[in-house]
Write a protein that binds this ligand. Sequence first.
Ligand code: EPZ
Length: 430
Amino acid sequence: MEQFAIKGGNPLVGEVEIGGAKNAALAILAAAIMTDETVLIENMPDVRDTNVLIQAMESIGVIVKRLDRHTVKINASNIHDVVIEDDFIKKIRASYYLLGALLGKYKKAEVSLPGGCNIGLRPIDQHIKGFRALGADVRIEHGMIITDAEHLKGSHVYLDVVSVGATINVMMAAAMAEGKTTIENAAKEPHVVDLANFLNSMGADIKGAGTDVIRIRGVSKLHGSEYAIIPDQIEAGTFMFAAAVTKGDVTVKNVIPKHLESISAKLLEIGCEIEESDDAVRVVASKPLGHTHVKTLPYPGFPTDMQPQIAVTLGLSMGTSIVTESIFENRFKYVDELTRMGASIKVEGNTAIIDGVKKYTGASITAPDLRAGAALVIAGLAAEGITVVDDIKFIQRGYEDFHLKLKALGAQIEMVNTEKELQKFKLKVG
Ligand code: EPZ
């Protein structure tokens, strides 16, 4: 029963190094199997989701060597199967990126229907629509998505909703289809661009990633490559809000400030000072924070993956704030837990109305999913007294050494495994 035990009240101060982007890494790992040559990937985050995807790849014969904690070498010349077992998909939704990658390379793939973080309905109709447009047959049988094609043929794909996953899956399959594909209404997230850059480094011909029209000229073969994953926008944003909510002064290093603009803008709006340099952003929260309204949107809008973190911060800001979740309908599950810490939040449909309170008080709470879990930890850092966060396996899906990085910034936080360890922590922090 791993838990985080937190004694709140310390402002976070110092510098924190941001790792590689989990969501880019998942797409890039899957794409790495599309060549028989060896691929070297740097800045790979060592988090549960990427490690499970690596295991899923190994289960079909891909050889993955870890050269150091953040560098992997991948060789997929001996893939013996195109079926990805249910177990992997249950643990991590993004295993379905292997559909697009295997379909592109071998023109066939079988992956069970995905699960993942329970943040709302997560249909895959747009992925299927894209594969079909490329000429693949797609069936759902016995819980599996089975797709195959004699030939994949470039086509025009209009996505009815802006979907990161569908854009990535269709981009991978189209990279090895015959002829030209256009994806319209494509997602523009930094990890979509990172995947396109990676595929191009392997010999693909993809233009327009980062805009809503992506043009792909299929190639028959991809080759080996060496590539470094972009920094994690959401990990960086989480530390930026942790700085704000604890009234701290934190510099997030090894970031791309452009990717953080929507986050920096909101922090500025509520009264933080922001200093940007080439690859770092400093957040200083020296004044009482004010309220704001925010709506989650596809990139470059405010990310849904930052919604719980901003809500936790606004819960301690003066006045009434409104947070609207427009991407996933079930992403307010942390509100009950936060209410137990003293927050005053009312959820109506996809909107949370937040009346800022003076303080949170520590409580025993449970992480309902990855980002909400991280947000509850930062609530604990700002709370009076002790907070114990359960189910931290969710947080470990996407944050590497989260508690160690927070500790280095002055937080009083420990990972505890037993009641005895928890008591020891309580005695230590007094
Ligand atoms: C990606 O999920 C991320 N996951 C999520 O990160 C992130 O919250 C989300 O994009 C939005 O930014 C990965 O990159 C691995 P979508 P994805 O397809 O691809 C609807 C995190 O915490 N939709 O962009 O699953 C869908 O219901 C996470 O790291 C369809 O209707 O999200 C949603 O409303 C969790 N049909 C919207 O589109 C489809 O076929 C956006 O979803 C696909 C999606």
